[in-house]
Design a protein around this ligand. Sequence first.
Ligand SMILES: Nc1ncnc2c1ncn2[C@@H]1O[C@H](COP(=O)(O)OP(=O)(O)OP(=O)(O)O)[C@@H](O)[C@H]1O
Length: 617
Amino acid sequence: MERIGDGSSADISHPSTTEFGGEVPSVSSNLFLDHVGEVVLNLNSDGLSWKPVGTTHNDMSECTCLGIKLTSKVETKIKFSNIYAVELINGGLVHKAVLPNSGGCLLGRGSKMYRFVVHGVQRSKTNCSLWVLATCTFGHTDLQTCQVWINRINDSINKEVGRPKNLLIFVNPLSGKGKGRRTWETVAPIFSRAKVKTKVTVTDRAGHAFDVMASITDEELNSYNGVVVVGGDGFFNEILNGLLSSRHKAPYPPAPTDFVHLAENNNNVYDANDTIPETPLQNERDPLLESSGPSRPGFSTCRTEACADQDSIFPFPNENFSLGIIPAGSTDAIVICTTGARDPVTSALDIVLGKRVCLDIAQVVIWRKTSSSRGAPSVRYAASFAGYGFFGDVIKESENYRWMGPIRYDFAGTKVFLEHRSYEAEIKFLEAKTENENQIHEKDIQRSWTRSLWNPPKKSRRLACCVNCSVCSGSIKSICTPSEGPIKTDDTSEALRWLQSKGRFLSVGAAVISCRNERAPDGLVADAHLADGFLHLVLIKECPRALYLWHLTQVARKGGEPLNFKFVEHHKTKAFMFTSIGDTSVWNLDGELFEAHQLSAQVFQGLISLFAVGPGV
Ligand SMILES: Nc1ncnc2c1ncn2[C@@H]1O[C@H](COP(=O)(O)OP(=O)(O)OP(=O)(O)O)[C@@H](O)[C@H]1O
């Protein structure tokens, strides 16, 4: 064991074992810990541990430190994986111990010390999804001793893999009733403390971030470890599309054999198995989006020449590049699904600590905006949800009440619910391996449900996504494995079979993830996972308003069973094609609106890496 210090502090004992699995500590010295007194601080390969001089472990169970009450001896250690910064602070007094029996010599009044702060995190005691900051101030009369400790700790945390060093940040100042900038100011010190370089862009219009992401060269993008969005789901969607639109090369989603798309202007026949063309697909502006800003794009594409000419050096998935979200929006479903909380500090800490999960992404191809349009197809990406009918109408209506802030969704939702509109459509979807099993299971439940309306149905088997989710990690071996998609139509080993649902629908939804949010605590589809490689189609057939209300109340209830109704179909699928018949609603993609008379969608498993740990249960 190596000792740091000039011997001015009290003698240290030489523990033969430590808190870390019996390993002998490599470094140890006596320091003064704020609010505790003199401690023996040990550093070994896992982290730091400390013990007040002259106390036993049992005494430690009552000690107060880190600005919080420590309730057990296990909290007298912190792993390097939970430390994000260490810094020297101005000399000053180290406060006396709060424990009368902390032992050792306490500093007398007026004794000056050099001090350094270890910035760490720990899980909240009341909500296991939340990180709380845990700071620990150590002092010593010798500056050199402090400096050696700082260097040692820094060396160790620099060895932690996957921590970002350089990030591109986009702040939407208008998110969630104008709280984007304030949210960034709250968490910015975490990034500077962790010595993460940030290039911050506060957007000045809708589409600004999309333009930057679409036009930035791959070379410049590669100089960053990721892009962090300070805003809501819609803003994240904008950046996701800016990132992928010009870089993600993949065929269109598979389509039923009878599908042909003839584009009028150039007589091009688009085959669903074509790779998406490199040239801009569509430069029309989406009239639905006009009201939101003067130059908001319909997410066509705006690649600059500089970018268009080069071969992509930006693979997906990309283990060196992750997206991050610091929630500041009105819904923040993606953050809630990926962190289990809606807390800017937790998200910022996940980012600086380099925690990552893989995220499925849906590619949506709009073949026809209206029944008569014959333009070339255009492509968008979604991270959480694509919804039509009720979901589209609510977002469209809510745009008129943006000034209300998040409450606009409740207001618009009530209005649209009372109108009770349904839309005729045909949905063809690929049969998933488990589909038969699901259908049988769901039919059983539906039968029992309709037989006895007053008895609650048997709970369906649910396996919600969680931290270290076995479904997601079973599907994706590591974040650097290539994604499974696209789905191949010529895959003879397992013939693709198309199933169909046709009729009048109150809504058609495809959830990529569970879409948990404050109005739907289990999400729209409770057992949709972050990276299960499936789209979860939820088709709500026309039904009496009272039953639809019943369904909605189940969505809004923790432990509710919104899928267990006769008029609700739930299908896990890899791809689907939607065609409207007659009147059309609008589509809502991660909260963003667009028109589509006909579209197809497929999922890319684990396409994106996101700074998060997954939801606590
Ligand atoms: N400076 C800006 N001015 C106007 N609109 C902007 C600006 N920057 C981004 N936007 C657009 O604002 C829209 C909504 O943003 P965001 O998703 O952050 O907030 P929200 O709608 O309040 O939250 P949520 O999507 O979670 O419901 C996005 O589509 C984004 O393109």
